[in-house]
Design a protein around this ligand. Structure first.
Ligand code: B12
Ligand code: SF4
Ligand code: SF4
Length: 257
């Protein structure tokens, strides 16, 4: 049995975030976390209350482990991968024409912060129940040569049934297209996993012609990473953004509306 004080997390939280986190966790009422189905519903509800648009869980043992830049011990001990998606503002994306806008840059940064915050809140809730969790940064590069983060949020989300890797090399969700950003939390809290989506881009090519450097090909495997990367560096330099962003192929991939 988990006490109200353990759930509220008053021992570790500062006063600014104590009230919202307390109220949200007490609404979610995580009392007994032994049933994977119940655990999944409760963690999902917590994510949605914090603004998430998508939630899924994958079995990490079926993932490409060589792609994960974390100690193997971590991966073996945390068999579940929670994927959370945030649906970007369609209005902000619609403003993008041939290059990223200041509004999109700000949105990109704030959404990363929100996703990292959701990762922290989920981690906090799981740890209070005596389980382990690692929130993987939304947008941090750990191998600059190959441009890799700790793990691929796209690949984890695909494994969690949230969509497929599209021609634009991004995760495509059936409802939101690529207009989403992602975060991953690894955990040993027993959860219900789903099977990966079997869908694909089919006859859609909406993103191919809009890429300013022709990086998008017929097959995702042929996506030209370096061409795209060079274009993003040019945008950052000429438009004075401190990050490599673009947004053109994100805007193009709308999902089914
Ligand atoms: C580094 C990075 C970049 C780099 C390079 C991406 C890359 N690896 O190809 C740059 C700056 C170019 C970039 C661009 C973009 N990114 Co980015 N990026 C990441 C980040 C932080 C890590 C990517 C990663 O680790 N992938 C794992 C590897 C194993 O998978 P892979 O990407 O298929 O790996 C290939 C490359 O590493 C490549 N490679 C090998 N050597 C080299 C060398 C160079 C120079 C390059 C460029 C690539 C490369 O070979 C690998 C195998 O094919 C992720 C966050 C995360 N942790 O997932 C976000 C992420 C993938 N990016 C995202 C987005 C949205 C973008 C942009 C639209 C920018 C923007 N926000 O406007 C563009 C889209 C480009 C595209 N169409 O693919 C989102 C995707 C969301 C979605 N719906 O799928 C993510 C998941 C961030 C998030 N939290 O949501 N990104
Ligand atoms: S991020 Fe920009 S440059 Fe890269 S593939 Fe998409 S549209 Fe092309
Ligand atoms: S715009 Fe169409 S072709 Fe491009 S990634 Fe999205 S679904 Fe696939």
């Amino acid at each position: 049995m988990v006490s109200a004080e353990q759930i509220s997390g008053t021992r570790i939280l500062n006063s600014e975030i104590r009230i919202p986190l307390q109220s949200i966790l007490s609404e979610v009422t995580i009392e007994s976390m032994t049933d994977p189905k119940e655990n999944t519903e409760k963690v999902k509800a917590l994510c949605y209350q914090w603004g998430a648009s998508l939630f899924g869980v994958a079995d990490l043992s079926t993932s490409k482990k060589k792609e994960i830049l974390l100690p193997p011990l971590f991966i073996d001990q945390l068999p579940y991968s929670i994927s959370v998606g945030y649906h970007l503002s369609d209005a902000i994306l619609e403003e993008i024409q041939n290059h990223p806008t200041p509004l999109y840059f700000h949105h990109y940064q704030r959404v990363n912060i929100l996703l990292d915050t959701i990762g922290l809140i989920v981690t906090s809730a799981i740890q209070h129940l005596g389980y382990q969790a690692i929130p993987i940064p939304a947008s941090q590069i750990v191998d600059w040569k190959t441009q890799q983060g700790h793990l691929s949020h796209k690949h984890m989300a695909q494994a969690a049934g949230l969509g497929w890797i599209g021609r634009n090399n991004l995760l495509v969700n059936e409802t939101f297209g690529s207009r989403i950003r992602l975060v991953t939390i690894l955990t040993d809290l027993p959860l219900v996993t789903v099977l990966p989506s079997m869908k694909d881009c089919g006859s859609c090519y909406d993103c191919q012609s809009v890429c300013p450097v022709g990086a998008i090909q017929e097959h995702q495997e042929d996506f030209d990473h370096v061409r795209c990367y060079e274009q993003l560096r040019t945008f950052a330099k000429t438009l004075r953004f401190s990050h490599n962003i673009c947004g053109i192929c994100v805007k193009a991939c709308r999902g089914q509306h």
